[in-house]
Design a protein around this ligand. Sequence first.
Ligand code: CP
Ligand code: NVA
Length: 301
Amino acid sequence: MKHVVSITDVGERIGEVLSTAQEIRHKRMDVMDGKVLGLLFEKPSLRTRVSFEMAVRQLGGTPIYLSPQEIQMGVREPIKDVANVLSGYIDMIAYRGFRNQATVELAANSSIPVINALDDAEHPCQALADFLTILDSKGDLKGRKLAYLGDGNNVCNSLMLGAPYIGLDIAVATPKNYRPPVVVIQRAEELAREYGTVMELTTDADGAAADADAVYTDTWVSMGSEEEKATRLKAFKRYQVDDRIMDMAQDDAIFLHCLPAHRGEEVSSSVIDGPRSAVYPEAENRLHAQKALMKLISDDI
Ligand code: CP
Ligand code: NVA
């Protein structure tokens, strides 16, 4: 494992990331002693930035944050040049951008590991933290059911593509026009077949939530699609995770959201602020999951 552009790059090692995260959660280590993680961010962030900064510090290394104004990826200079220059200075990159193609290009031209910290196609570190939260809460993952309701977006894609590797079933309910991309659906179906898990895609929110162990939603308006806000709010109205939806799930089902959340849109306050919500432990798990991920990458190189 070197670059993590997609959750499938972690693939069969997702389980190892999760067990390592549980094991080193409260430990400080020196596996990145003297090493520097560059955080190249073209979009805003609270969780990803702070959790990566803290994770690298807990591994003995140092973060350097580079804001959108500083890099201007592909505008001030070509991605290839950014990749080659940074490879000579630092030891690892966490990149948050718009186009997945840019993440791919950055990784292809970097001699140091590149971790996708969110782009339009995936959010692999989020999915690792989410799987860890389900594991923490349930004690196991195999045969458990995760329901994702709402937009077939980057977060949804990483969950769909990662779930089969850990034996997790997933049901995704989206409006017809907001399904995940066809390539993601096809790959997730292949993986589900290969690992013997269930991958269900539907427009029926109630059906997806039925008997779920965890119910997940994300914003209806991702970063970069703000101009579609009015259309999107209308299209997703029937997909709000509220108490009625949570009642379809198992009695002990948890509610997950990558955050930032919009109360009254994709989730009711009663759910996100209620007893079944695991969103704060989930956010904390970004730190533990990324710490484990960077440890395994550092051990490999
Ligand atoms: N969930 C998540 O990635 O949050 P930030 O955008 O704040 O990093
Ligand atoms: N889907 C959201 C996730 C934010 C963490 C976005 O891309 O804006």
